[in-house]
Design a protein around this ligand. Structure first.
Ligand code: XIL
Length: 343
């Protein structure tokens, strides 16, 4: 049980976030949940919001055309229900972790768009009422703010697939908040400006969009100084913002993070949380895994790691305490406007 970890601070991140109207969340992996009881206890205790790291991606839910496997997604939702948590659905349309029957199927553009829409309707429809927010489209941009070429972008000869996906998601689950999500849009730059322009133009055209997810995968020492200002641009334009995939990856020295690096990482986590708190309209902060035990970083970025709040033994690192302090320092607000969904 989590309370068998006396080193974790008494008030949880979840409680502190609730007081401030900020949903503190984590990605979780169903396989780690099965393997480690303490992992589940900490996920339940410290977090208000849960995002399945992989279990809702298209390759996971439809490995064979027409044959759905909802087991991982269902398990995530059952976990959240059992612990009064909300679920961020991740993700309906993304160029990665697609089933090979789709990518290798030789489908025409119209067929791909039809399959995409059917997928969105099947998945969002299955979980109607269970999902607080969907990352409807993930990572639609290149670094220079142009649209990423993908099977979907090619199918619609441009970005029209994004509007189609949002419309389909709204039809399937009218209650879920609908998000676009991307990385390297923490600071003010070509990519974040392109995201702001896209969201604004979609809304002007009557396409349903509620929010923008800023992934916030950052490199040690590289939290942009204009992070809060950038979040403020989206809020001022009328969008919810969530930091959806926070981690701070460390270039390891002889396979390990040094105490100085862990201290710098703690300061980075505090900066990220402070940026989120500075803008009303930032409704959630989700870490992309809470423990170095199951972080995606070492595989995606060889030589880097130790990116999360807890170490691989589930002991809190300086980053955990820094996030805790940043949330606690924010105090509380009288009407934090907690979501009805799941609470
Ligand atoms: C990652 C998962 O954490 C890994 O387990 C998986 O192997 C690859 O995908 N941006 C995203 C997430 O939007 O879906 C990715 O998750 C990390 C980068």
């Amino acid at each position: 049980m989590a309370h068998d970890h006396p080193v974790l601070a008494e008030a949880t991140l979840r409680q502190l976030g609730d007081l401030r109207g900020l949903q503190v969340g984590t990605a979780i992996r169903a396989s780690t949940l099965n393997a480690s009881a303490p992992y589940g206890a900490i996920a339940a205790r410290e977090f208000r919001s849960i995002t399945p790291a992989n279990e809702m991606k298209w390759a996971s839910v439809e490995p064979v055309r027409g044959q759905h496997d909802w087991s991982g997604a269902d398990a995530t939702i059952a976990f959240a229900r059992a612990h009064d948590q909300v679920v961020r659905g991740h993700t309906l349309v993304w160029h990665r972790q697609l089933p090979s029957w789709l990518t290798d199927g030789g489908f025409s553009g119209p067929q791909v768009l039809q399959l995409m829409t059917e997928h969105v309707v099947a998945e969002a429809g299955r979980y109607t009422g269970e999902i607080a927010a969907w990352d409807v489209v993930n990572e639609p941009f290149n670094e220079d703010g142009t649209f990423r070429t993908s099977i979907f972008e090619q199918a619609s000869n441009g970005p029209d697939y994004i509007a189609a996906a949002l419309h389909a998601a709204r039809r399937a689950d009218p209650a879920a908040r609908l998000y676009l999500n991307d990385y390297n849009i923490e600071g003010i730059n070509a990519k974040s400006t392109a995201m702001l322009n896209l969201a604004t133009s979609l809304r002007q055209r009557g396409v349903p969009i509620d929010g923008v997810g800023i992934q916030a995968h950052v490199i040690l020492g590289q939290v942009p100084s204009d992070f809060a200002e950038n979040i403020g641009r989206f809020v001022a334009a009328g969008f919810e913002v969530c930091l959806t995939e926070i981690d701070v990856r460390i270039p390891l020295i002889a396979g390990e993070a040094t105490p100085a690096q862990l201290a710098e990482q703690a300061a980075d986590y505090a900066r990220i949380i402070e940026a989120a708190l500075a803008a009303r309209g930032c409704v959630g902060v989700t870490v992309w895994g809470f423990t170095d035990l199951d972080s995606w970083i070492p595989r995606a970025f060889p030589g880097q790691g130790a990116a999360d709040l807890l170490d691989a033994n589930l002991s809190p690192k300086p980053a955990y305490f820094a996030m805790h302090r940043a949330l606690a320092a924010a105090g509380w607000i009288d009407d934090p406007g907690l979501p009805a969904n799941g609470i």
